[in-house]
Design a protein around this ligand. Structure first.
Ligand SMILES: NC(=O)c1ccc[n+]([C@@H]2O[C@H](COP(=O)([O-])OP(=O)(O)OC[C@H]3O[C@@H](n4cnc5c(N)ncnc54)[C@H](OP(=O)(O)O)[C@@H]3O)[C@@H](O)[C@H]2O)c1
Ligand SMILES: *[C@@H]1O[C@H](CO)[C@@H](O)[C@H](O)[C@H]1NC(C)=O
Ligand SMILES: *[C@@H]1O[C@H](CO)[C@@H](O)[C@H](O)[C@H]1NC(C)=O
Length: 318
């Protein structure tokens, strides 16, 4: 009997501990007006991106879902319109695994949309393989595609003042590693045959997101545009769709018990998009709706600058 009580207490304590740490919740209190403003959300058709789109559409923003799959995006748009009553949600084709597609997206965006206030670099994946241009798919989609996209849209973001770039990173950045020399000579940044190798490459791409934001903030000094990187929490989405079946067996029960739902997972993104007064924190990394300290590797000026230069070369900007 006593042992049972003890076990119960330990399990409960463990659960409470986890809900206050790894699975902690927070709520965005920012309420900057977005009516009449335009938001681009990459990968807005599902998961955290869709929850973000829903919230911003409800508040009256013009929301553009930049997605690779038209039919999935149209389904999401129908849901968003129905749930929010907004009619101002639009799909535009974007495949971040193709630099040509990124350029094409930017071109048609600049031609058809007169303003841009929020760019939310949300799309991401955990997978193995290569992009159209031969980069490791996680480096290519999670970092390089967004790098090019942001650069091509930056002038439009600057035009109306107060623009923001929010880039989804992950706490997994901590296990990331950037081999600049390898990156300069081959485009494969960590693809591999074993799942830990592509997990490692995922972490590295998320470290790129933090360093990209760090460097972008420096380049934006003196403009009215600011930028932030985000760990959204551990969220129940389709992100693990490519992990193997036996890994899913372990993840699924924990996911059901502890993971945040996408609505809770969108709160830190929304905070960085809507909270007034955080402009002096431009370039910082946020989680639980607050700026957090990052490890030395994630705020290394020299590495951030070199990553920027190499990324420019790799996507043909310099
Ligand atoms: N879930 C978590 O616990 C967690 C934790 C830390 C960070 N994050 C980050 O949060 C972000 C959102 O992830 P999520 O959890 O919401 O995952 P998700 O449910 O898998 O959604 C990812 C989105 O990215 C899109 N995408 C993937 N490859 C793309 C490409 N080549 N071009 C355009 N769009 C592409 C997907 O489109 P399709 O539907 O067409 O595939 C989907 O819309 C990611 O950057 C992820 O790294 C998530
Ligand atoms: C788009 O998504 C639909 C629905 O999930 C799927 O059946 C279709 O194959 C996808 N199309 C492409 C081009 O990936
Ligand atoms: C930034 O915005 C403020 C207030 O809207 C404006 O006074 C200032 O000129 C803007 N600066 C730039 C560089 O656009």
């Amino acid at each position: 009997m006593f042992q049972l009580l003890l076990l119960g207490a330990v399990v409960l304590g463990g659960y409470l501990f986890l809900t206050q740490t790894l699975f902690k919740r927070s709520r965005c209190r920012g309420n900057a007006a977005v009516a009449g403003k335009t938001v681009v959300i990459t990968g807005g058709n599902t998961g955290i991106g869709k929850a973000t789109a829903l919230h911003l559409a409800r508040r009256g923003a013009r929301v553009i879902l930049a997605c690779r799959n038209r039919s999935k995006a149209e389904t999401a748009i129908a849901d968003i319109k129905q749930e929010t009553g907004s009619s101002d949600v639009r799909y535009m084709q974007l495949d971040l695994a193709s630099l040509r597609s990124v350029r094409h997206f930017a071109e048609s965006f600049l031609k058809t949309e007169s303003r841009l206030d929020l760019l939310i670099n949300n799309a991401g994946l955990v997978a193995d393989g290569r992009t159209e241009d031969g980069f490791g798919v996680q480096f290519g989609v999670n970092h390089l595609g967004h790098f090019l996209l942001t650069n091509l849209l930056l002038e439009r973001l600057k035009e109306d003042g107060g623009g923001r770039v929010v880039t989804l990173s992950s706490m997994a950045y901590r296990w990331g590693h950037i081999d600049l020399e390898a990156l300069a000579v081959n485009r494969h940044l960590g693809t591999g045959r074993y799942s830990w190798q592509f997990f490692q490459a995922y972490c590295s791409s998320k470290l790129c997101n933090v360093l990209f934001t760090h460097q972008l903030a420096k380049r934006l000094q003196g403009s009215n545009v600011t930028c932030y990187s985000v760990h959204p929490g551990v969220v129940r989405t389709e992100l693990s769709r490519h992990v193997s079946l036996w890994q899913k067996v372990f993840i699924e029960p924990v996911a059901r018990l502890l993971f945040l739902d996408p609505e809770a997972g969108a709160q830190t993104t929304l905070h960085c998009a809507l909270q007034e007064g955080i402009e002096p924190l431009s370039g910082r990394y946020f989680s639980c709706c607050a700026a957090q300290e990052v490890g030395a590797r994630a705020r290394d000026d020299a590495v951030a600058r070199k990553l920027w230069d190499i990324s420019e070369k790799l996507c043909g900007l310099s």
